[in-house]
Design a protein around this ligand. Structure first.
Ligand code: PAF
Length: 283
């Protein structure tokens, strides 16, 4: 595996496989890799000749009151895990490489509508930071395929819209959530949980499953959302949002059949997110 920090080295390394017509896949990450990230690499490995992973803790997607400095950085372990998973190129730039003019005055990408509300409502500017860095990586790597986890459902929707709106010739694959045995969706932020909070955390997924059952049997949406809210509070969470949307993240209507339940909730100061797709019955 080549580990590269410089843009020119990345371009030089990818020039030859590109010239040979090989298919390049990109797996963007912020490091602190877990089995969820490695599932993205495994998926990319099956679908492309050359797998590039990026590792960059993107300051632009953190607001001043968020955990940028505390974000776990485990470079050596990540590098070894990627190599074991069959990654060909690791691109790990410094912040000044991607943002040579600083953060404040650099060009940013804004994806309207789908960036609004849900995580975008609680984390203003977050998806501008994500869309900006991902579009930069798309330009630098010029992959045919890019893989993202379905755990970040809204992020995936933002990237799909950005790719469609900008006519980027990149296929976007969503890869299913990887869960611990007790159901907790794997996330780098799980490492912030105290031992006690870690035992509570799977209640987020259990709540979503209970809500899915209620919705599937036709219960009133508002009542199910209210009960879910109360269940989360009862388990010790401070819910940020709990929402039922169609799979494009628009509000559900009487005609919606394929839907998604999305949740973000705090356990102490740790913000967890999860989601579950479901079929709604005809009313
Ligand atoms: O999902 C993430 O880890 C990040 O938001 C991403 C896509 C790597 C952009 O920084």
């Amino acid at each position: 595996m080549h580990t590269l920090k410089a843009i020119q080295a990345l371009r030089d390394t990818l020039a030859e496989p590109r010239q040979r017509g090989q298919r390049i896949a990109l797996v963007p990450t912020m490091g602190n890799l877990h089995a969820g990230h490695l599932a993205l690499v495994a998926h990319a490995r099956k679908r492309a000749d050359v797998v590039v992973a990026s590792l960059f803790v993107n300051p632009l997607q953190f607001s001043p009151d968020e955990d940028l400095d505390a974000y776990p950085r485990t470079f050596a372990a990540d590098q070894a895990a990627l190599e074991n998973a069959g990654c060909d190129v690791l691109f790990a730039p410094q912040a000044h490489t991607l943002y040579p003019n600083g953060l404040g005055t650099s060009t940013q990408v804004h994806v309207p509508d789908v960036s609004e509300g849900l995580c975008g409502g609680s984390r203003p500017g977050h998806f501008d930071g994500v869309a900006t860095v991902v579009s930069m990586l798309f330009h630098l790597v010029a992959p045919q395929l890019a893989c993202f986890g379905e755990k970040d459902y809204q992020q995936l929707a933002v990237i799909r819209k950005m790719v469609a709106d900008l006519h980027l010739p990149i296929e976007i694959d969503g890869v299913p959530i990887v869960r611990a045995d007790d159901g907790l969706a794997l996330s780098s932020r799980n490492g912030y949980l105290s031992a006690e909070a870690r035992t509570t955390a799977p209640a987020l997924y259990r709540t979503l499953r209970a809500m899915r059952e209620q919705l599937a049997r036709g219960d009133n949406h508002a009542a199910v959302l209210e009960q879910g809210h109360q269940a989360l509070q009862g388990a010790g969470f401070t819910p940020d949002y709990l929402a039922l949307r169609d799979t494009r993240l628009d509000p559900v209507t009487a005609h919606t059949r394929e839907a998604v339940l999305l949740a973000a909730a705090y356990l102490g100061s740790t913000r967890l997110i999860d989601n579950l797709t479901l079929d709604l019955p005809a009313s």
